[in-house]
Write a protein that binds this ligand. Structure first.
Ligand code: FE
Length: 191
């Protein structure tokens, strides 16, 4: 089995960074190379946390900071799977580990949501950001029609427990908590 050390190092570095005093933009600038490093190899992710499900995309918690300052989730997309339009209410950093992820952003205007920009296609290694300060509403999908994709989503809180919203394009919203797809997290202390 491949070493889980890249994940352990990422969590360790993120824990140090989370204790530093800086604004969100500076924080994300420092977190980005850590994510880049985590994406550089993919074999550290235990197969149980890369398992697609035919009914819906999976959100496997890989780690939540004990002070809930950040959490890391492996998002596993089956072929053709997609999220609703949704927000996060905290910053989020999305890194593609395997395959590809497609993102469409939205903005409010006249009480409804409007697509902003084109569809972003993120290939393995690419990083995208969301946040209430830079645009927090999007819809993401597997970029591959016939194969699973895996992306790593890092959030500024315990994302599975945060009240946030899904939207219809006409602006109707519902509050939801995503929870997590698995009752277990990886053992980062394996060699
Ligand atoms: Fe999202």
């Amino acid at each position: 089995m491949a070493s889980i050390k890249p994940l352990r190092d990422f969590i360790s570095d993120m824990t140090v960074l989370a204790g530093a005093q800086m604004d969100e933009a500076a924080f994300l600038e420092q977190a980005r190379p850590l994510m880049q490093q985590l994406l550089a190899k993919d074999e550290w992710l235990p197969p149980a946390f890369a398992e697609p499900n035919e009914k819906s995309y999976r959100q496997y918690l890989l780690h939540c900071d004990p002070l809930e300052r950040f959490s890391l989730v492996s998002f596993v997309w089956g072929p053709g799977q997609t999220t609703p339009i949704h927000d996060h209410t905290v910053w989020g950093m999305i890194g593609v580990l395997r395959g590809s992820e497609v993102s469409q952003r939205y903005e409010w205007g006249d009480g409804a949501l409007h697509e902003t920009g084109g569809v972003d296609v993120l290939e393995a290694g690419a990083i995208d950001m969301v946040s209430p300060s830079i645009g927090d509403i999007h819809k993401v999908s597997n970029g591959l029609k016939a194969r699973p994709s895996v992306s790593l989503h890092l959030y500024g809180g315990n994302i599975g427990a945060i009240n946030r919203h899904s939207f219809d394009i006409d602006g109707a919203s519902r509050t939801f908590r995503s929870g997590y797809s698995s009752a277990i997290v990886p053992n980062i202390w394996l060699p």
